[in-house]
Design a protein around this ligand. Structure first.
Ligand code: CDV
Length: 311
């Protein structure tokens, strides 16, 4: 029997700085209602879904940015989202800025089961950007200032009848992200992103290139690990700063089965058969038979580029 996960990739349009959590949660609930009407049982929202992409704003005193973070989850503002999900019997995943009780700051995402229980948490590993204000850039990207690198690694959970993993935005560009989950047999990777449509250090790299790199990364990760990938954008213009769309679902053969073509709130629903992962996992990407770990040491021994091993 097929193992179907009917997933809704729930793209959010722009969230301005002035928009409060309550309003955003109402938009997320509207997307959930649409997803439910279209038969979805699992809804995936973007990275930092509850707020504007605040790491674009420099603040000398970092503690003044704590108001963008959630000290509890569910919080008062997000409780209605959890309630609606439970009423629909809808599993969900979304990203938010997490402030832990002992004062750590992470860019996090969670898996919530159909009963509204948080069963998994992932904290973003590959933080892009910089720590200090950079006058050379067309816009700031201060994730390294406001977040610590995640401490979770890339776990995979038994969830919705399959093996589920999470990643966040920049993580999708790194093959290690998918492979660590691939080695746990992952069948679906869900991820959210906030990607500026222009490279802040190279203005010539615009929307077409950014979308190309995004698709390339998600498709390669899916194919090379025989997994579904569900990638969800926060898109549109936030206080004058444009984020690309490109919410999409990739099958385990690396093919895009659906992609949104706008930058507003919207859902993309697809019935994903987790058994479609089997062929790739048992043939060309049967890791046990084909991987040669004796030659992969540099991947964990070195972070940056070092001396060549040949002559
Ligand atoms: N939020 C992100 O991680 N954004 C990065 C940008 C800065 C390149 C991304 O990989 O899309």
């Amino acid at each position: 029997m097929a193992r179907i996960v009917t997933v809704a990739a729930a793209q959010l349009g722009p969230i301005q700085q002035a928009e409060g959590r309550q309003s955003v949660v109402a938009r997320m609930i509207a997307l959930m209602e649409e997803a439910h009407a279209k038969g979805a049982t699992f809804i995936v929202y973007p990275e930092l879904a509850l707020t504007t992409f605040f790491p674009r704003w420099y603040e000398e005193d970092r503690s003044k940015m704590d108001h963008w973070f959630e000290a509890a989850m569910p919080s008062a503002a997000t409780q209605p989202l959890f309630d609606k999900a439970r009423a629909f019997g809808m599993a969900m995943s979304f990203g938010y800025a997490e402030l832990t009780p002992d004062g750590h700051h992470f860019n996090s995402s969670i898996l919530v089961d159909r009963n509204g229980t948080i069963v998994g948490k992932y904290r973003k590993t590959h933080l892009p950007g910089h720590v200090e204000f950079d006058t050379e850039r067309s816009h700031q990207h201060l994730e390294k200032r406001y977040f610590e690198p995640g401490d979770t690694g890339f776990p995979v959970w038994n969830f919705e009848g399959g093996l589920m993993g999470m990643a966040i935005c920049n993580d999708r560009r790194w093959p290690e992200t998918y492979r660590v989950m691939g080695l746990q047999g992952v069948e679906m990777v869900v991820l959210g992103f906030n990607t500026p449509s222009v490279n802040s250090q190279r203005g010539a790299e615009g929307l077409d290139d950014r979308l190309f790199h995004h698709r390339l990364s998600c498709q390669a990760g899916a194919y090379q690990n025989a997994t579904w990938v569900v990638a969800v954008a926060k898109a549109g213009t936030e206080d004058g700063n444009h984020l690309m769309g490109g919410t999409l679902i990739v099958d385990p053969n690396g093919k895009i089965v659906g992609e949104l073509d706008h930058e507003d709130d919207g859902v993309l629903v697809h019935a994903c058969d987790l058994d479609d992962t089997v062929f790739g996992k048992e043939t060309i990407f049967d890791f046990k038979r084909h991987r040669r770990t004796e030659h992969y040491g540099l991947i964990t021994e070195r972070t940056g580029v070092g001396a060549p091993l040949g002559r």
